[in-house]
Design a protein around this ligand. Structure first.
Ligand code: PLP
Ligand code: FVT
Length: 428
């Protein structure tokens, strides 16, 4: 593989963009080397500026569940763009996507659209505080809820990849209201609740963690959190920015049959355009401006292009009865294939998978929380990453990320990927 043009473009970008990237996870700092510059993408493939074809397992970090440049989504955006790109006034399409989302997702009456997952989670916590009249929140080490101040406390994803899970710039005043728990450890959550009686507004979590690799919730973890929240007048917030419209039509709530009080969305709901959303029952959403006193706003919120992309995407997902089965089967096939070749080459590993989220960890022990994820051998991961890139397979340049499987992947693509892992495994 030749990356001459990517290298040249990166040098130029570094002159005018910090680190040459507009989001840190795109940099290759944790694995070394030069980020690949994309020229275009179609279906399961990226085509970079040097003319390389890569099988894509990042998929824009989740949104492209049906593949890149998916025709119904692209057509909807082109059609809308011709009619004006932003009005700052209500449009009918906002109601259409809201109606569809409320139909697909359990236990929500109303949904408010914003521009990113960060905004969705930030607003959801403000709403929970406004609704309960309490200040503190519980979050889990290794979970990532975007880059707003309250969440950059032992945050996962790029924050941990680059060694700043507690970012400078977050004030002590803000940090003291975020209590930190261990993922999958219900006793730890109980201790925090007991130590802060009547002070906790909400517990926010990724119902399947995807920002420290993929970590499934242990049996009963979500159910026990639900019971604790009910017993202590705490709102349960599911951050479904990754899992929403990916693990099932109704996301993790449907898949695990647990109701959250507020649900956050991003990624898939925008079809690849900048969209986030948060949703809840009427009783909670009535506290939001202009109905209630909790303020939240946005010049570009509900933007017509973003709503057109999101609506086209949700319609496809809603109408395709077999989509989630296909995704599950493809991901299970990949899981089995990778496990076999790593085992055959005596590479110590653990693979986690839920639905179409999967991650490979270079450690023999189960990966169930942040500490066990951080134990993975990063030197092996670096070789694995670069080895796969050299074979034309693009995974996230960090061990603290999940792979996202797209329906555009064929079984030939999966076989090619497994063969590439086989080649790389010999070098680990
Ligand atoms: C679970 C989760 N929540 C929130 C976010 C923040 O979303 P965004 O990057 O759109 O701000 C992300 C990813 O970025 C995420 O994975
Ligand atoms: N796990 C990483 C993400 O989901 C977000 C990507 C970004 O921050 O650019």
């Amino acid at each position: 593989m030749n990356y001459t043009r990517s290298s040249a473009l990166f040098v130029k970008a570094e002159q005018v963009i910090p680190g040459g990237v507009n989001s840190p996870v795109r940099a290759f700092k944790a694995v070394g080397g030069i980020p690949v510059f994309v020229k275009e993408a179609k279906g399961a493939y990226l085509y970079d500026e040097d003319g390389n074809r890569l099988i894509d397992y990042i998929n824009s970090w989740g949104p492209m569940i049906l593949g890149h440049a998916y025709k119904p989504v692209v057509d909807a955006v082109i059609d809308k763009a011709k009619k004006g790109t932003s009005f700052g006034m209500p449009t009918e399409i906002e109601t259409h996507i809201a109606e569809l989302a409320v139909t697909m997702v359990p236990n929500i009456d109303k949904i408010r659209f914003v521009n990113s997952g960060t905004e969705a989670c930030m607003s959801a916590v403000r709403l929970a505080r406004g609704f309960t009249g309490k200040d503190k929140i519980i979050k889990f080490a290794g979970c990532y809820h975007g880059h707003s101040d309250s969440f950059l406390i032992q945050a996962g994803s790029g924050a941990v990849t680059f060694g700043a899970p507690n970012s400078p710039g977050v004030t002590q005043g803000t940090a003291k209201d975020t209590l930190l728990a261990r993922y999958n450890d219900i006793e730890n959550v109980k201790q925090l609740i007991d130590a802060n009686p009547n002070e906790i507004a909400c517990i926010i979590l990724e119902p399947v963690a995807g920002n420290m690799g993929c970590i499934p919730p242990k049996e009963n973890f979500l159910k026990d959190l639900r019971h604790l929240c009910d017993a202590h007048n705490i709102l349960l917030i599911f951050d479904e920015v990754m899992t929403g419209f990916r693990l099932a039509k109704g996301g993790a709530q449907e898949r695990f049959n647990i109701n959250a009080d507020i649900v956050c969305f991003g990624k898939v709901i925008g079809g690849g355009l900048p969209v986030g959303a948060f949703a809840a029952r009427n009783e909670i959403m009535e506290h939001l401006a202009p109905l209630g006193p909790v303020y939240q706003a946005g010049t570009l919120s509900g933007n017509p292009l973003a709503m057109a992309a999101g609506l086209a995407m949700l319609r496809e997902i809603h109408n395709d009865k077999e989509l989630f089965n296909r995704l599950e089967e493809k991901t299970a096939y990949l899981h089995k294939g990778i496990a076999e070749v790593l085992q055959a080459n005596n590479v110590v590993h653990t693979i986690n998978r839920v639905g179409s989220m999967i991650s490979v960890h270079f450690d023999k022990d189960p990966v169930v929380d942040f500490d066990s994820a951080a134990k993975g051998n990063n030197e092996t991961f670096k070789k694995f990453f670069h080895g796969l890139l050299n074979e034309g397979v693009y995974i996230a340049p960090s061990a603290f990320e999940t792979w996202f499987i797209t329906d555009a992947l064929s079984y030939e693509d999966l076989d090619e990927t497994i063969a590439a892992v086989g080649v790389v495994a010999k070098t680990l």
